[in-house]
Design a protein around this ligand. Structure first.
Ligand SMILES: [Zn+2]
Length: 76
């Protein structure tokens, strides 16, 4: 199953920039940790997990690594 990263904004919304990156399954707008995210917010490829200047959600990271121990992008 494909995953992608979705942004969580802070209190200021999109203008305040990305507060935290979550991981979602497919085109989902609900993160793997259960948090609802803006469906029209920015997304990133799953391979960028841990490589962004912004923090990544620890709970999503744990789920993601369990579901996908080998990144699909490296082993298509
Ligand atoms: Zn999360």
């Amino acid at each position: 199953m494909r995953h992608q990263m979705r942004a969580e904004f802070g209190a200021e919304g999109a203008s305040g920039g990305v507060r935290l990156w979550h991981m979602v399954r497919g085109e989902d707008s609900v993160a793997m940790c259960g948090r609802e995210l803006a469906a029209d917010g920015p997304v990133r490829e799953a391979v960028d997990w841990g490589r962004t200047p912004e923090l990544c959600c620890h709970t999503c990271g744990a789920y993601f690594l369990r579901e996908q121990p080998y990144l699909a992008a490296e082993h298509p």
